[in-house]
Structures are given as structure tokens and as C-alpha cells.
Design a binder for this molecule. Structure first.
Ligand code: ARG
Ligand code: ZN
Length: 471
């Protein structure tokens, strides 16, 4: 609410509110989106609708050249605004005009247009850059990982700053065109669909397109030598899987896992509702690091996930995130349970279906198996803290909470809830509190005590509480 003029009447006050702030009222956009865990992630004052990334990468020298064109709409009159970016920038244009910029902090790019921007206007921002991204470290870390034949970027909660300027918070989703030129003989993998590829002068350019709203941390790129398989699901969804040619002994087990993507998506569509995007697949680069990530339409899997044979359960987890995490995203990073609790519960449902233990048995196993003095019970899945965002408690205690909910509301309501949540919040954001309220509304039952017990308490729930909730 602005207080600029003394207005003579209610009608005039109404008009004042309806009129967008003019350039004269312009103030700087906030350098963060207001996320308590990551205060400098995201920015205020505008909303990005589309990223067009035109990139060139040379693996031998790790040199990345890029031109990013962002289409955004201002949400306030802006005297200046920030993008999140860590690489070296050579030029910025706002609405076609060369514009002064400064790097402030580890990953803030502050842009000051010559004249302020009005509220509610579409703007075009071009950023030209060049750097060696694996060498750009923030707290000793770069999400841009070099591989023997290329590179890959996939990390949560932060990866975009190492390869394109963005409004780096899951509340600002956008569509993407990602065009990458690499030396002939190398492939690329990214989100959505590969629309075309052309070669000239020793370089091959790959054009990827993602047409559904996508968070910046779910945007991914890999360069290297890949075996690429393509297919279509029964309802015509294009499937593209990619396996590094350098997976050695893990290649067969990676294929026996990621190769089941179509089957798993079909099953999850029955349980969670229609698949939200228009492409799917997964990729396995030749990295040494040990995590997987639900990069949108094309999850990232480290080969180590397949070192003991096939691991369909891991694929079930990353694909479940397409609904829980990617389509319905966290409102703030503290809400990570709305991603991880549900993706873990999907694995329990898969286990139940495969005859390898019911979700009830797995919930009981967690409750009975982890002693009360274990650090596990000190982590509150509803607010684990930035350092414990990916703590096993968020995943497993988080899934126990869903089993308790299922017991309380019954299978019919529980499975309707999963579908309704993904449908009503498609391409949006939800918090832990939003889900709790939603579950109360859909079930018509008071559930605050149940959520407090399993998500909001920093100790092991008592035997009486567990018995009450069927755990
Ligand atoms: N969301 C990922 C998963 O559970 C976890 C990513 C953890 N991030 C990391 N850099 N280790 O599927
Ligand atoms: Zn996960």
C-alpha cells in the first residue's frame, strides 16, 4: 500500500489503487524474494515469463559464452533491479538500451536503467556473459561439474547462477528455450523437447524447448557423449533418456532403471492425476557425486544410484517430484516437505504395489527402528532449517506423516487428496500449512494435531500418539 497523496474521496482512493505506480515513484527491487532460508535467492519487483538462452560451451577449456534474453513484467515501478548470477558479465541491455550493471555479493547482478521502469510493463533484458563456470566458487562450491567428456549442471536449491541469470526462486517460474552449441561429436541434454540440431564450422547446436512453467533450479544442462533413446508413451508423450557412454559397469543397471520411466509415469499418472508436462525422460551423466535431482521433465541421476543393480525406486522418487516439487513447488524453501515427503511416500506406494512391503510396514519400520535419542527426531520436517533441508527426517519422517494422514482419513479420501492437491496447485506453489489446511478441508476432519505430531515437533512422537495415528 502506498501513501503518496491525501485523497479527497473514497472514489479517488479507489482510482489511486487501480493506477499503476508511475516512474516517479520508482524504488529499487528487493535483492531477495523474502525466503528466510536463502535471503538473497530470487528478487523483487518483476516476474519472468520466458528465458531464451543462447550458449556455447567448449569442454576442453570449460569456457561458457552466453546471451540470455529474459522477458519479464514489472510488478512495481523500478529504479533498479537484481538478477541472480555468479558469472562474468560483459553487457546488459534493458529494452534494447545498454544499461549500467554491477556485481554485488557472490551472486547478485544489479541493473540500473537510465530511466526508471513503470509498474506492469513487459520488459526485455539481455545479458551477455563469458566465464569458466566450474572455477566460479561460492563458499568453495560450483554446481557446474566438469566430466571427462563435458560438463553437467544440476543442483538444489541453487544451480542457475552458474550458467544463466535468473530470478532464482521457485515462486517465479517461466518457460525456456535453451540453445547450446558444442564441438561436433558431443551431445547435449536439457529440459523439455529437443526441437532441432544443426552442425556448421565444427560446432553442433542443439535447441531445447520447455513450454510449461519451470523453476530455475529445475533447469538443467549436460554436455558430453551420450547414448540417447527416444520413445513415446501410450498417450503420445515424447520420452528421451540419455546415458553417458562412459558409465562402465553401471550402464546396464542405469538402463534397467531409467528405462522404466514410461511404465512408472503411467503408474504415477493413475495415482497422482494427469502428468503435468509434455515431455519426460531422464539422464545419467558420468559424474562422481552421489545425488539425483528431479530436473523438470528430465531428472538427473548420478551413476552411483545404480551401483548395486537396478534402482527403479529412485526413478519412482524423481518422477513423483514432477507432480510434487516441479508442478506444485515450495512457496519457501522451508516447505521442502511438500516435495520430499511425497516423493518418498511414492516410493512406499511403489514398494506396496511391488509386494516388497506396504507403506504401513515401512512407516512402522521407521517409527520402531529409529531410537528416540537419534538426531532424526530432532529435525522438524515442517521447518528443518537450511542445513537440514535434505535430512533423512524430511524424507522418511515426512512419509510417516502421510501414512498417519492416510490412516486418519481413509484410502478413498487420501488418494483423492493427492490428486486434488496436484490439480488445484498445478504450476503453482504450496506451503506445508497450505497442505494441512487443504487436507482438513477435503477430509472434513481436524488434522492439526496429527500434523503437529509428525511434522512440527522436535522429538519422537510418543507411543500413545503413534497408536492414535495407527503408526
Ligand atoms: N531433491 C533431490 C532428491 O531428493 C535432492 C537433492 C539434494 N541436493 C544435493 N545437492 N545433494 O531427489
Ligand atoms: Zn527428492
Amino acid at each position: 500500500m502506498r501513501h503518496r497523496l491525501i485523497v479527497p474521496s473514497a472514489a479517488a482512493a479507489f482510482l489511486m489503487l487501480a493506477v499503476p505506480a508511475s516512474a516517479a515513484d520508482a524504488t529499487p527491487g528487493a535483492p531477495g524474494a523474502g525466503d528466510a532460508y536463502y535471503p538473497t535467492s530470487g528478487n523483487g519487483g518483476y516476474d519472468v515469463s520466458h528465458y531464451d538462452l543462447r550458449l556455447k560451451y567448449e569442454p576442453k577449456s570449460d569456457k561458457l559464452d552466453g546471451t540470455a534474453t529474459l522477458t519479464a513484467t514489472t510488478t512495481q515501478a523500478l529504479s533498479r533491479f537484481n538478477l541472480d548470477f555468479a558469472l562474468k558479465v560483459s553487457e546488459v541491455l534493458v529494452n534494447g538500451r545498454p544499461t549500467p550493471f554491477a556485481k554485488t555479493g557472490a551472486h547478485e547482478l544489479e541493473i540500473t536503467p537510465a530511466s526508471p521502469l513503470e509498474e506492469g510493463k513487459e520488459i526485455t533484458v539481455v545479458v551477455r556473459y563469458s566465464d569458466t563456470p566450474s572455477q566460479v566458487k561460492i563458499d568453495g562450491y560450483s554446481a557446474w561439474q566438469r566430466t571427462p567428456d563435458g560438463a553437467v549442471v544440476a543442483n538444489e536449491p541453487e544451480s542457475a547462477v552458474w550458467w544463466f541469470p535468473s530470478n532464482d526462486h521457485p515462486r517465479d517460474k517461466a518457460t525456456y528455450d535453451i540453445s547450446v552449441s558444442v564441438p561436433d561429436g558431443l551431445q547435449t541434454v536439457s529440459n523439455g523437447e529437443l526441437k532441432s540440431q544443426t552442425s556448421k564450422l565444427g560446432w553442433t547446436r542443439y535447441n531445447w524447448r520447455a513450454t510449461k512453467p519451470q523453476a530455475s533450479y529445475l533447469t538443467t544442462l549436460a554436455v558430453g557423449k551420450f547414448d540417447i533413446t527416444t520413445d513415446k508413451t501410450a498417450d503420445g508423450l515424447p520420452v528421451l533418456n540419455a546415458y553417458s557412454k562412459d558409465l562402465g559397469d553401471n550402464l546396464a543397471s542405469a538402463k534397467a532403471s531409467v528405462g522404466r520411466t514410461t511404465e512408472i509415469i503411467d503408474w504415477e499418472s493413475k495415482v497422482f492425476g494427469p502428468y503435468p508436462f509434455n515431455a519426460i525422460g531422464g539422464y545419467v551423466p558420468n559424474v562422481k557425486t552421489g545425488y539425483a535431482l528431479e530436473t523438470q521433465t528430465r531428472p538427473y541421476y548420478s551413476p552411483s544410484g545404480f551401483a548395486n543393480g537396478a534402482n527403479a525406486s529412485l526413478v519412482v522418487h524423481e518422477l513423483a517430484h514432477q507432480w510434487f516439487g516441479d508442478s506444485v513447488s515450495v512457496k519457501n524453501w522451508r516447505d521442502i516437505w511438500v516435495n520430499e515427503g511425497f516423493a518418498t511416500y511414492a516410493q512406499w506406494l511403489w514398494s506396496e504395489k511391488e509386494g516388497e512391503g506396504t507403506a504401513q510396514q515401512l512407516a512402522d519400520y521407521v517409527y520402531n527402528g529409529v531410537p528416540a535419542d537419534n538426531e532424526f527426531w530432532k529435525v522438524k520436517p515442517s521447518d528443518p532449517g537450511a542445513n537440514n533441508q535434505f535430512h533423512s527426517a524430511v524424507y522418511n519422517r515426512g512419509a510417516v506423516a502421510l501414512q498417519a494422514l492416510r490412516n486418519k482419513v481413509g484410502d478413498k479420501t487420501f488418494f483423492a487428496l493427492l490428486k486434488d492437491w496436484t490439480e488445484q496447485n498445478r504450476f503453482g506453489n504450496g506451503s506445508v500449512e497450505d497442505f494441512a489446511k487443504f487436507a482438513e478441508k477435503v477430509s472434513g476432519k481436524p488434522l492439526q494435531k496429527l500434523f503437529d505430531t509428525w511434522l512440527n515437533t522436535a522429538s519422537k512422537p510418543s507411543a500413545a500418539a503413534a497408536a492414535r495415528d495407527g503408526i
